[in-house]
Every structure is written in structure tokens, then in C-alpha cells.
Design a protein around this ligand. Sequence first.
Ligand SMILES: NC(=O)c1ccc[n+]([C@@H]2O[C@H](COP(=O)([O-])OP(=O)(O)OC[C@H]3O[C@@H](n4cnc5c(N)ncnc54)[C@H](OP(=O)(O)O)[C@@H]3O)[C@@H](O)[C@H]2O)c1
Length: 152
Amino acid sequence: MYYLLRLVVLNADHIHNFFVPFLLQVGLFIATVLPVLRRYSRRGTYHSKKRLDGQTAFVTGGNTGLGYETSKDLCRRGARVVMLVQEAGMGRAAVHKIEEELKGDAKRGQIAMKTINLGNFAKIRQCANELREEETRLDLLVLNAGVCTFQN
Ligand SMILES: NC(=O)c1ccc[n+]([C@@H]2O[C@H](COP(=O)([O-])OP(=O)(O)OC[C@H]3O[C@@H](n4cnc5c(N)ncnc54)[C@H](OP(=O)(O)O)[C@@H]3O)[C@@H](O)[C@H]2O)c1
């Protein structure tokens, strides 16, 4: 507003004297504030290009939300990922979706799924024993599944 008012009352010479510092200020703003905003907006997000070829990861709750994105990222970086999911249909759909999203990426790893019910200790032990027999190694265990409730 201040600059607009000045623009109205000033003649051509003054306009030149006004615009040069104005543009300098805009340039200075873009050069200093935008990188800070960009950096701030990336805070809390993990980015890694580290390859995980030959490694095996288990991700509980891998069919949706944070578990899904984690599974996809690990697979993209070359890991064999086993998503441990509550419901087989949803697990198969998630495997299919990740395969579609990473289609054409020759460096991606494998993605598989297995059912687990984390609300039942006997089922957890059974799943763990089966995994011990089916898989040859475990490098990364992502215990993501759970529910988050908010109270007023
Ligand atoms: N998103 C956030 O802002 C936030 C903040 C703080 C903490 N967290 C925590 O981060 C984790 C993931 O969050 P999210 O937002 O991605 O949650 P989400 O989308 O609700 O996913 C939770 C996952 O856990 C699975 N799960 C729940 N109970 C299970 C059980 N008994 N057995 C096997 N799997 C079960 C769900 O399976 P189904 O799909 O079959 O239900 C789903 O795959 C949760 O532990 C949450 O508490 C999230």
C-alpha cells in the first residue's frame, strides 16, 4: 500500500528511483525467505537414497497410511519387503498397488504380504515362527501398525 501511494504521487524520475530499490527488495526477499520456507516445509520428512539391495524388511500395517509409504520406499530402494497385514484382501491390494506404482523401476526389490493379528499373542507367535521358516533373513523390522486415538 505504501509503495502504491508513492507511485501515484511521484513523477517519471521518481518512478525510476522507486522501482530499482523496490525490485532489489523483492529479489532480496526471494533469495532469503524462500529457501528458509522450503527447508521448513521439508522438516520431519525422511529422505534417503541409500540402497537396501539384498536386505529384508518386515513392516506391520503395511497395507495403508505410513506403513504403506514405508513399504514402498524400502522396496524402491531394493529391499525385499514383507507387509504384515490384518486382512489378506487389503494386503494383496496393497502389494498390487506398489507393484503398479514401481512398475518399470528395474532397481526395485520384491514386495510380499502375510497376515498377522497383533491383538492376539498366539497369532503373533505363529506368524513369527512361519516367518522364521519362510524367510532367510531379517534386516529391518518396522513396527508401525496400531491405532491412534485422540481425546478431547
Ligand atoms: N498419522 C499420524 O499422524 C500418526 C501420529 C502419531 C502416531 N501415529 C502412529 O503411526 C502408526 C501408523 O499410523 P497411520 O496413520 O499410518 O495409521 P493407519 O493408516 O490407521 O494404519 C494403521 C495400520 O495398522 C494396522 N493395524 C491396526 N490394528 C492391527 C492389528 N490388530 N493387527 C494388525 N494390523 C493392525 C491397520 O490395519 P487395517 O488397515 O487392516 O486396519 C493399518 O494397516 C500407528 O501406530 C499410529 O498410531 C500416526
